[in-house]
Design a protein around this ligand. Structure first.
Ligand code: RFL
Ligand code: PHB
Length: 393
């Protein structure tokens, strides 16, 4: 068995783990990232596309924002299509910043990997059977298998940034952890295509056939989603069937102008609200999807991961540079306070725009009243905008 030492062992080389590793390394704090998959596999995942200003600021602090600032798009509003109308939500009315950045998670992850390479950061790919040990002691350690050998990393702290299906959350005893979960009775079928976007801003559509979303990655790369039953399988949806169903759920003028093409990725994501409390167990800290999941409707998944990383980064900095551990002590409480607000917002936006299987005519009228209120009240729109651009850290 090889034995090495680091200050912070990070499980998971997704955006959360890489961002924290990059931020800490720039401050002279040593990390090792253990990732189960290959780099190509991680970069092949198509996920989030809308970033809050807080996330953009963290990428700047990590020295990784150059390409994002050159190629990403600032969006100052988005559209909601409903009841035969299309209304715009103006983000400039909000207090915490007037825009969001449209830049794909794949590109964020690529930029973070490039930065890790440039600094010589240690990211171990294809790390199998990662196990966390002695988490409540002053000498925690992590073991993993690679190339037929077992390896041990001794550390001060372990960060579990290994997503919803990772090993870190499962390493916390069940009598310590409280899990809150809500599973929605539908999923999102997503398609990526090399076509110009349907519109210059995102369009969220509430429709009697189900929710639809027109999003984008660039002016030549579009991302679309439609609500589908959980029993559907992506491989059963031909491109033609997808485009036809999407068009039926969009306003006529948008459908008429929609440029379609072959899909370059097609997948179904189930919708879930999930929170695990606390986010700290001894010297293990959970971050991102390892601790919480939101339905994607408010684009809060990756952004909530980023706010965890902000709190953790500040906590580690104070601990290592000033000997002040208050930030780490309060991490769980602080992170969860913001996480639950993102959970609330994502749940609300999901309820506002989706067709649930068992909706009564009263439920439908209440949903319409919610939308009518939204677009007749400056205060309601400001509240939506405030949450969409991201609550302060
Ligand atoms: P990730 O991205 O899941 O990364 C975790 C990493 O940990 C690795 N891993 C392990 N490594 C070592 N040992 C183990 N035992 C391990 N188990 C797992 C994994 O291989 C992976 O590389 O979590 P992270 O970094 O916290 O980032 C969170 C975001 O990825 C996530 O919140 C968003 O992508 C959620 N999400 C979306 N968010 C949005 O804001 N907008 C979206 O449109 C959006 N679409 C999505 C999504 C998530 C999806 N999932 C989870 C299936 C679409 C999908 C399909
Ligand atoms: C995306 O572009 O993938 C996206 C955008 C906004 C959302 C969800 C997903 O609310």
């Amino acid at each position: 068995m090889t034995i090495t030492r680091t200050q912070v062992a990070i499980i998971g080389g997704g955006p959360s783990g890489l961002l924290l590793s990059q931020l800490l390394h720039r401050q002279g704090i040593d990390t090792v990232v253990l990732e189960r998959q290959s780099r190509d596999y991680v970069l092949g995942r198509i996920r989030a596309g809308v970033l809050e200003q807080g996330f953009v600021q963290l990428m700047r602090e990590a020295g990784c924002a150059t390409r994002m600032e050159a190629e990403g798009e600032q969006h100052h509003g988005f559209m909601i299509a409903h009841q035969g109308r299309m209304d715009r939500v103006d983000l400039q009315g909000s207090a915490n910043g007037a825009s969001v950045m449209v830049y794909g998670q794949t590109e964020v992850t690529r930029d973070l990997y490039d930065a890790r390479d440039e600094m010589g950061g240690e990211v171990v790919h294809l790390a199998e059977n990662v196990r966390l040990h002695e988490l409540t002691s002053q000498h925690p350690y992590v073991t993993y298998e690679k190339d037929g050998g077992t390896h041990r990393v001794d550390c001060d702290f372990v960060v579990g940034a290994d997503g919803f299906h990772g090993v870190s959350r499962k390493s916390i005893p069940s009598d310590v952890l409280c899990e809150y979960e809500k599973i929605y009775p539908f999923g999102w079928l997503g398609v990526l295509s090399n076509t110009p976007p349907a519109a210059s801003e995102l369009i969220y559509a509430r429709h009697e056939r189900g929710f639809a979303l027109c999003s984008l990655r660039s002016q030549v790369l579009s991302r679309y989603y439609i609500q589908v039953p959980l029993t559907d399988r992506a491989e059963d949806w031909s491109d033609e069937a997808f485009w036809s169903e999407l068009k039926k759920r969009l306003p006529q003028q948008v459908a008429d102008g929609l440029e379609t093409g072959p899909s370059i990725e097609k997948s179904i994501a189930p919708l879930r609200s999930f929170v695990a409390e606390p986010m700290r167990y001894g010297n293990l800290f959970l971050a991102g999807d390892a601790a919480h999941i939101v339905p994607p409707t408010g684009a809060k998944g990756l952004n909530s991961a980023a706010s965890d990383i902000h709190y953790l980064y500040q906590g580690f900095l104070a601990h290592y540079q000033k000997g002040d551990s208050a930030g780490l002590e309060n991490y769980s409480q602080k992170a969860l306070a913001r996480v639950w607000k993102a959970e609330r917002f994502s749940w609300w936006m999901t309820n506002l725009l989706h067709r649930f299987p068992e909706m009564s005519k009263t439920d439908l009228r209440l949903q319409c009243a919610d939308l009518d209120y939204l677009f007749s009240s400056e205060a309601a729109q400001a509240s939506l905008a405030e949450n969409y651009v991201g609550l302060p850290y």
